[in-house]
Design a protein around this ligand. Structure first.
Ligand SMILES: O=C(O)C1=C[C@@H](OP(=O)(O)O)[C@@H](O)[C@H](O)C1
Ligand SMILES: C=C(OP(=O)(O)O)C(=O)O
Length: 429
């Protein structure tokens, strides 16, 4: 197995231009493919998750051209995928798998959707139940409730509300929202349990509106797609820098005094993970924002301990678990049960690896309680569980003045292939 050793560091400062947002990139690709007209997408993320979506759309008959670096022209198919029979491999990209399941269930074709072994352990039952109850014909090829899936042609009945659970993943609601305009009829979605990861729904609604579909909503409980809705290309879309990827650099600024600036995302971002900086402020860091950058600095010395409900920032919250190592007392991250069904069981993985660097960790069913150690253990060998965020998070341990070894560092390719080169430019002895 490949490993990467990061040298001990004391300070972090510098500027990083962020890669494009994964959540915005994959939504924009799908909406552009379903729209009428051509869309030029600027600053699309180049990573495994977006490659899976690009390849799937190509197999489905969509014409996509890379017109210059990270800039793509998508020729929209006006609501109908040209190819009616296909076998799609979607890796471990939730933002490809869930929305494509819903869109293809309404596409009158025969489609098989599969992913890597871990994707076949990630739940999709709530989405399939919602679609099949409305008339879709989706079948499980292995275990009920999980990919891989076989989709058959079917007509959806939108005369009744479509009811979906929202307490396992918000991506199921996102998938229904993005797909239902394909019916051309009014459709009402009702969320029948507490919705998690709410800010991701704002990203979905915002991008649908840019493609001409305005959803009426009743808070987080019900969403109505008007009759005759259809996606129209806005011509150009600029993808913001990824706010979850920003969290590692901003955390480095807080641990290693900074200033660290990330460019490509700012105070008007549509991504919920920009609210990660609120946690940094609570921990004592200083945050400055403009419309296109965020900068963090901090005094030397320990950060303040944190006790926070992290449900609104499930991805960036992993970075808070590392910041807890540098706090002046125990920190608690709450309401993060969804971590268990992501790239790995992140609650268990995070607890195990934090203990390797000396922290005392209590792993609850939906929380982590992390007591820092006065001195981090040098040369800890960190397992990354094929989880890009585990690898990126634990690189920050080097700022405790200890070398750290990251196993299988290339797993960052899911969302940030050159992460280690970029973080390397910020870390200083
Ligand atoms: O819709 C999205 O773009 C995402 C939603 C979140 O998932 P959950 O809704 O499953 O928490 C997040 O963790 C994921 O990385 C991206
Ligand atoms: C949970 C994540 O990914 P996915 O989009 O595959 O759900 C993530 O990127 O942290």
């Amino acid at each position: 197995m490949e490993t990467l050793t990061l040298a001990a560091a004391q300070h972090a400062h510098g500027t990083v231009k962020l890669p494009g947002s994964k959540s915005i990139s994959n939504r924009t690709l799908l909406l552009a493919a379903l729209a009428q007209g051509e869309t030029d997408i600027h600053e699309l993320l180049a990573s495994d998750d977006t490659l899976r979506m690009l390849e799937a759309l190509r197999v489905l008959g969509i014409t996509l051209e890379e017109t210059s670096s990270n800039q793509w022209k998508v020729h929209g198919a006006n609501g109908q995928f040209p190819v009616r029979e296909a076998d799609l491999f979607l890796g471990n990209a939730g933002t490809a798998f869930r929305p494509l399941t819903a869109a293809l269930a309404l596409s009158q074709g025969h489609y098989q959707l599969s992913g890597i072994a871990r994707m076949h352990e990630r739940p999709i039952g709530d989405l399939v139940d919602a679609l099949n109850a409305a008339g879709a014909a989706i079948e499980y090829l292995q275990n009920p409730g999980f990919p891989p899936l076989q989709i058959h042609p079917a007509q959806l009945d939108t005369g009744q509300p479509i009811r979906v659970r929202g307490d396992v993943s918000s991506q199921f609601l996102t998938a229904l929202l993005m797909a239902l305009p394909l019916t051309g009829r009014e459709a009402r979605i009702e969320v029948i349990s507490e919705l998690i990861s709410k800010p991701y729904i704002e990203i979905t609604l915002n991008l649908m509106a840019r493609f001409g579909v305005k959803v009426q909503r009743e808070e987080w409980n019900a969403f109505t797609i008007p009759a005759h809705s259809a996606y129209q290309s806005p011509g150009q879309i600029h993808v913001e820098g990824d706010a979850s990827s920003a969290s590692y650099f901003l955390a480095a600024g807080a641990i290693g005094q900074g200033p660290v600036r990330v460019e490509g995302v700012g105070r008007d971002s549509i991504q919920g993970d920009v609210r990660f900086v609120e946690a940094l402020e609570l921990m004592g860091a200083t945050v400055t924002t403009s419309d296109n950058w965020i900068e963090v600095s901090a005094q030397a010395g320990r950060l303040k301990a944190l006790d926070m409900d992290c449900n609104h920032i499930p991805d960036a919250a992993m970075t808070l678990a590392i910041l807890a190592l540098f706090a002046d007392g125990p920190s608690t991250l709450r309401n993060i049960a969804s971590w268990r069904v992501k790239e790995t069981d992140r609650l268990s993985a995070m607890a195990t690896e934090l203990r390797k660097v000396g922290a005392i960790v209590e792993e609850g069913s939906d929380y982590l309680h992390i007591s820092p150690t006065a001195q981090l253990i040098p040369n800890a060998c960190i397992d990354t569980y094929d989880d890009h965020r585990m690898a990126m998070c634990f690189s920050l341990v080097a700022l405790g003045g200890v070398p750290v070894i990251i196993n299988d560092p290339n797993c960052v390719a899911k969302t940030f292939p050159d992460y280690f080169t970029r973080i390397g430019t910020l870390l200083h002895a």
